[in-house]
Design a protein around this ligand. Sequence first.
Ligand SMILES: [Zn+2]
Length: 432
Amino acid sequence: MWNPKAECLSREELEELKLERLKSTVRHAYENVPFYRRKFQEAGIKPEDIRSLEDIRHLPFTTKEDLRENYPFGLFAVPLKEIVRIHASSGTTGKPTVVGYTREDIEVWSEVMARTLGMANASSEDVVQIAYGYGLFTGGLGVHYGAEKIGCTVIPTSGGNTKRQIMLMRDFGTTILCCTPSYACYLAEVMAELGVSPRELKLRAGLFGAEPWSEGMRREIESNLGIEALDIYGLSEIIGPGVAAECLCKEGLHIWEDHFLPEVIDPATGEPLPPGEEGELVFTTLTKRGFPVIRYRTRDISFLLPEPCACGRTHIRMGRVKGRTDDMLIIRGVNVFPSQIEEVLLSLGYTEPHYLLVVDRERRLDVLEVWVEVSEDIFRDEVRGLEELEEKIRREIEAVLGIAVKVRLVEPKTIQRSEGKAKRIVDRRDLK
Ligand SMILES: [Zn+2]
């Protein structure tokens, strides 16, 4: 554990600390960000109205659109000269969302990321290979500063150049790998092609995040790379990686509550949901100065697990993110998450963890086609075997989703590999 005192704080102390920090953040935002002042006034609320943690529900939500509309620095709460770092989203659908950090914010980020790496028992003995993208994306540098804070030996490979990643992993004795789960799968696949056995490596753990993944994918990565694979969670609007992470119990991700206050709401009504109920995750930052965020709607679907964890950490856990309200597919009125299909495919075990969901509209009816890559040895079997397999997968998926789907088995290596976040959905319905 990186910081046992903070990570095992009593619930009472944590609640007190959260309230004190919430009050101070709300005041800071109100006094320094015109956007928040205006929204609080519209909602008829003043900073002094926040007397308990429950009062948070009187504060308005903040959305990604709010961030875009205040591009680039409109939501910063300090003058630019106090900002030492800026990150931004890729902005595929218009202007990017921009976030800024003071020197103290970078310190907080390093601390929560050090705790996150501490989940895998990282120490100065470890060699950490960071294959998240470096640059405006928060992944690479976020993990980097946390690993350096612990005193790990850091290899900042960034994404891509897969053969070199594997060579460095072997030659430098990498013990902990950090990247997206889909890239971890791809690394394992290329290693197998190159004839590099996991036994030649010193890898013992991996911290994988930036996209939703399933238990089946965890088993796949753990057996193919011979490691403990842990899920980490974060988003640049809140701080970057390091908002929450799984401990070795692997039963939910501890949210660092002394820095981030979580809520789960009904995405349709905005009403808070009780612990255990699934809904949209909402976060309020409690210590950030440069870019405080109040009730940010993440669009990520999860739930909170308040029960104590066997690891001894007292911070509340969240369930692994199942999908997003905006990459959730609605097929004939049914909510479909790519991770549900992934789980079915991996539990059957005949195929590679590479798949694509293609949605079309035929005669005004939504049609979901699941493209699945079969493994090399199964593909060599006769066609009849493939048809049976297709049928089997189709039945299993239909049993889970409750709607009819088409399954199409494709040759090995047909589906495009990703070095970052995997693209799982092709939705053609809007094109007609
Ligand atoms: Zn735990």
